[in-house]
Design a protein around this ligand. Structure first.
Ligand SMILES: *[C@@H]1O[C@H](CO)[C@@H](O)[C@H](O)[C@H]1NC(C)=O
Ligand SMILES: *[C@@H]1O[C@H](CO)[C@@H](O)[C@H](O)[C@H]1NC(C)=O
Ligand SMILES: *[C@@H]1O[C@H](CO)[C@@H](O)[C@H](O)[C@H]1NC(C)=O
Ligand SMILES: [Zn+2]
Length: 258
């Protein structure tokens, strides 16, 4: 009995410090939801935001077509040097083109910027570690609110700003136009991130009046975007100008392109 009690007390004495240490450094420290959303104090003017969002739209024409099925374009800009900003790279959804389900516009842009920032013959010549750090001074613009995969990639990059146009939810949203979506807004992904000191400024629905047209025809009867016409077949997809076929997608289930 005595021995058992001593053993118990000894065990307890050994456990106590461990328990109090565990209390001081919890496995899941507090989240960072309060700092991530800051719409009122955007240091960049709406006109400059609109300019770069139009650049994200033109990334579509530059990398695929003015009316790709998956019209998700992105641009990564350095506003740290000046409010006007300097382009670092562009990207566009390349899921079908490259056969890679992770190549949404935002991830494609991040991959492209990493290549450009670390290119030993390029302008920046950064190491991997320095390229990773560089993202926290950069701003990512995307034609539509990022899905959970891309929101997470933006979070992992700890971007300075993340600016999106057409939202996932709401009256003129991807969901409203019939797009298959994981119904989880970016701000929720950020709010649920624990243990990272990420202060990304999320700027929602910039120029949504100009990106909405990119998303209205695929699952509804919206008109084609400027520079495109309805293809004359039962599929009725939008194709560039004179009826040239969009490179991606014929006879493929649209859901696979997202
Ligand atoms: C962005 O601008 C800042 C401030 O001038 C500079 O220190 C940084 O190297 C720039 N980053 C890139 C990737 O150009
Ligand atoms: C990467 O970005 C550069 C600079 O904006 C652009 O010229 C190039 O076409 C982009 N490449 C891809 C694969 O998106
Ligand atoms: C979209 O709205 C912005 C203001 O937020 C305006 O400057 C722009 O002209 C509008 N675009 C169109 C095509 O109406
Ligand atoms: Zn995505």
């Amino acid at each position: 009995m005595f021995t058992t009690l001593t053993a118990f007390l000894c065990l307890w004495a050994t456990l106590l410090p461990a328990l109090s240490t565990a209390k001081q450094s919890p496995i899941h420290p507090v989240g960072n939801s309060a700092e991530t959303i800051d719409l009122e104090n955007d240091p960049v003017s709406p006109a400059i935001r609109a300019h770069w969002m139009r650049r994200a739209i033109s990334a579509l024409s530059e990398l695929s077509s003015p009316c790709p099925f998956a019209a998700f374009g992105a641009v990564i800009v350095n506003h740290t040097a000046s409010e006007e900003g300097e382009l670092v790279c562009i990207g566009a959804n390349a899921v079908m083109k490259d056969g890679n389900p992770t190549l949404h516009g935002e991830v494609a842009a991040i991959n492209n910027c990493t290549r450009i920032l670390t290119d030993p013959a390029g302008k920046y010549k950064l190491s991997g570690a320095d390229a990773l750090k560089a993202f926290s001074a950069l701003s990512l613009y995307t034609t539509a609110e990022a899905c959970p995969m891309c929101s997470s990639a933006i979070l992992y990059g700890a971007f300075r700003d993340y600016i999106y146009s057409t939202p996932i939810h709401g009256p003129n949203s991807l969901l409203a136009h019939g797009w298959p979506q994981i119904d989880l807004p970016s701000k929720e992904i950020f709010a649920r991130s624990l243990g990272r000191d990420v202060r990304t400024r999320i700027v929602p629905e910039v120029l949504a009046n100009e990106t909405e047209g990119l998303f209205v025809w695929q699952f509804g009867d919206g008109a084609c975007p400027a520079g495109c016409v309805k293809e004359d077949d039962e599929r009725g997809w939008c194709v560039e100008g004179g009826g040239r076929q969009v490179a991606s997608g014929k006879k493929v289930s649209p859901g696979r392109e997202l």
